[in-house]
Write a new protein. Structure first.
Ligand code: ADP
Ligand code: MG
Lengths: 362, 265
């Protein structure tokens, strides 16, 4: 038991050191732009995990998920920028953004309770677009969102006079804003991973999966399907809302165009490609799908280096390669890069006769 | 007679022009195994669906443990103490057998989001008790070796048993079984009969839809016979077996005369 604990803590310590060193190593090896990409990847980890609760656990296909990201971002931006001249502290704003998003989650969930599959997807898609269009048009007659111009000069994260938008020196180490935000985002992403895992292996998580599997049977087991579904929407939206607030403070600028349908689809792709329903897989999917399009930016310089000149337009080629990569992943790993145990068993089960089920017993 | 555990009175249910149930009444005493039989399409499953809140009835009353249950939501019915199985097995196919039964504990446990995230002592204890009870119930129903198999990988008979285990996890006073022996061979049916008798001995009242005549006649204390949505007979198995209308419903008009003619020769 003690040896196991030591081993356990040893691994834990190594992982912690690696995570702390990561931004500085990346900075040294690939440049500061890549630290920024890692920061964004961590936000997408939070988003993808939030969507995973709705789509992966509860089985409710939501194509407008980015709306909650938008609600969180705008809640933060409106209450911490010169736009209204209000500058609330972020420790108050993050819970407010999360709560706002949760309320919107319930507002979206309530009318869609009876819908499933394609119908739910279409309604949520519409909801996502409505939020974006609202943000675009709520500048008249009273200017609330500043319309398409978006909101600028959003306050950076700041705790007790310590602002994350300044560069600090610590020993010989330069701590630029991208490094500082990395640690905040990392903490939040780890917290969402923790919460996701805890929920998954609980009475609530089982109720979500039961609803995904068979709603009628779930209700016959005494699960209040309405409440449990709304809870999934609210939890998922909360993650999205917090990520949105962090995004607004990190960017310092947001506009409705940051929250388009394509972003909803991107987050969904992270969930599905990573391994729907599996927290580890979803994290992997979020990081890979954030990094991949950025890595493909090197296609232009690579052509010059190897072929002497740019043969194919790099921006077109980049999206083509990205799409191709997604198709290939789905072809060769239909359950995702790191599928949930159940999905693995499911796919394995396709070739197993029911009569041979005794072999599966643990 | 003891006061009825379940008293259904005057239930009518129409689907468009089709009257699936017409003025059906029955009363189930505590501790009984009460059989519900009738030809296909007689309305047996529909009655279960109304009883468990899946459908609302057009008229009628359902009195269960002195509480009115008509048009109550399914999860409230489960909470009141009625559990059911389904004619077309409805397990959580991609969960393990153990998880299926653990879901059945949902209605008798309390952990919410906060408890799940903090996993405090109360939550841990409840979780441990849930898992232990689920193992006990799998064992009780004779499918303990399959605890970690996905429900959809279980053999057909085991799936039916798993549905019973899952229903028992809700701690019902009344267990409603919709054709639990359907698709089972004679050995499996025999084992099922043993299980049902044990459940009754443990104080749970059973409401049983079944086509296997031997099973129904041997097991049930009382029977009601439905035909075209109407109750045509009710009584002990022996009484029902002698009822001319029942013989007719099952064997077609003229069967009674044919039977008499056969007796005469
Ligand atoms: N949801 C429904 N919509 C329309 N008709 C239905 C529905 N459910 C059952 N019925 C009809 O009600 C009648 C009784 O069906 P059911 O209760 O399933 O019979 P049983 O279980 O006795 O075989 C059948 O004619 C069936 O077609
Ligand atoms: Mg039926």
């Amino acid at each position: 038991m003690r040896r196991f604990d030591l081993e356990h803590w040893g691994k834990f310590l190594l992982l912690a050191i690696a995570l702390v060193a990561l931004p500085f190593l990346i900075d040294a090896a690939l440049g500061r732009a890549w630290v920024r990409i890692i920061d964004i990847a961590l936000l997408f980890v939070m988003l993808a995990l939030g969507l995973n609760i709705v789509v992966g656990f509860a089985g409710l296909l939501d194509l407008g998920y980015i709306a909650f990201f938008a609600v969180g971002a705008y809640s933060y931006a409106l209450l911490a920028s010169p736009h209204f001249g209000v500058h609330w502290p972020f420790l108050a704003l993050l819970p407010i953004g999360a709560m706002f998003a949760a309320v919107f989650g319930v507002l979206l969930g309530a009318p869609t309770l009876k819908l499933r599959g394609d119908y739910l997807a279409i309604v949520t898609l519409g909801f996502g677009e409505i939020i974006r269009i609202f943000m675009n048009n709520l500048n008249r007659p009273v200017n609330i969102t500043n319309g398409p111009q978006g909101i600028t000069l959003i306050d950076p994260l700041q705790v007790a006079g310590f602002s994350l938008s300044k560069t600090y020196m610590l020993g010989g180490l330069t701590l630029a804003p991208v490094h500082l935000y990395y640690f905040v985002f990392l903490a939040c992403a780890l917290l969402t991973i923790f919460i996701s895992l805890r929920l998954e292996n609980s009475r609530i998580g089982r109720a979500w999966v039961a609803i995904r599997e068979d709603e009628l049977a779930a209700s016959a087991m005494g699960i209040n399907t309405r409440n449990v579904k709304l809870l999934a929407f609210a939890m998922g939206a909360t993650f999205g809302g917090v990520a949105g607030g962090l995004f607004a403070s990190f960017q310092g600028f947001i506009s409705p165009e940051s929250f388009a349908l394509l972003d909803s689809i991107m987050v969904l792709a992270m969930v599905v490609l990573g391994g729907i329903g599996n927290v580890g897989g979803v994290v992997l999917g979020a990081i890979l799908l954030t990094a991949l399009p950025e890595a493909l930016r090197y296609l232009g310089p690579m052509q010059e280096q190897w072929l002497g000149r740019v043969v194919v337009d790099p921006s077109g080629l980049r999206m083509l390669m990205f799409g191709l990569a997604l198709v290939l992943i789905m072809l060769f790993r239909p359950a995702g890069l790191w599928p949930s145990k159940t999905r693995q068993r499911e796919l394995a089960g396709l070739t197993v006769q029911p009569a041979a089920s005794g072999k599966h017993d643990g | 007679m003891a006061e009825a555990l379940l008293a259904v009175s005057g239930i009518t249910k129409r689907f468009g022009g089709l009257t699936a149930l017409e003025d059906v009444s029955l009363s189930v005493s505590p501790g009984d195994i009460y059989g519900l039989i009738g030809p296909n399409g007689a309305g047996k499953t529909t009655l279960f669906n109304i009883l468990t809140g899946v459908y609302a009835c057009d008229t009628g009353k359902i009195l269960f443990k002195n509480k009115y249950l008509q048009n109550t939501k399914p999860h409230e019915v489960a909470s009141a103490g009625i559990a059911r199985t389904f004619q077309n097995i409805r397990l959580f196919a991609n969960m393990t057998a153990l998880e299926n039964v653990m879901v059945g504990r949902h209605v008798r446990t309390r952990t919410g989001v906060i408890g799940a995230i903090l996993r405090n002592r109360v939550t841990r204890n409840e979780e441990r008790a849930t898992e232990q009870r689920a193992h006990e119930l799998l064992d009780y129903c004779g499918i303990a070796p399959h605890a970690n198999a996905l429900a959809r990988h279980l053999a057909y008979g085991d799936q039916r048993r798993l549905e019973i285990a899952r229903a028992l996890a809700t701690e019902p006073s009344l267990l409603a079984l919709d054709e639990p022996a359907a698709g089972m061979n004679a050995t499996e049916t025999g084992a099922l009969r043993g299980l049902l008798e044990r459940i009754r001995a443990d104080g749970i009242t059973l409401l049983l839809i079944e086509h296997d005549v031997k099973l129904v006649m041997g097991l049930c204390d009382r029977l009601a016979v439905l035909d075209y949505g109407r109750k045509i007979a009710e009584g002990t198995p022996a009484e029902v077996q002698r009822d001319a209308r029942v013989i007719e419903a099952y064997l077609g008009t003229g069967a009674t005369e044919a039977a008499e003619a056969a007796d005469a020769t």
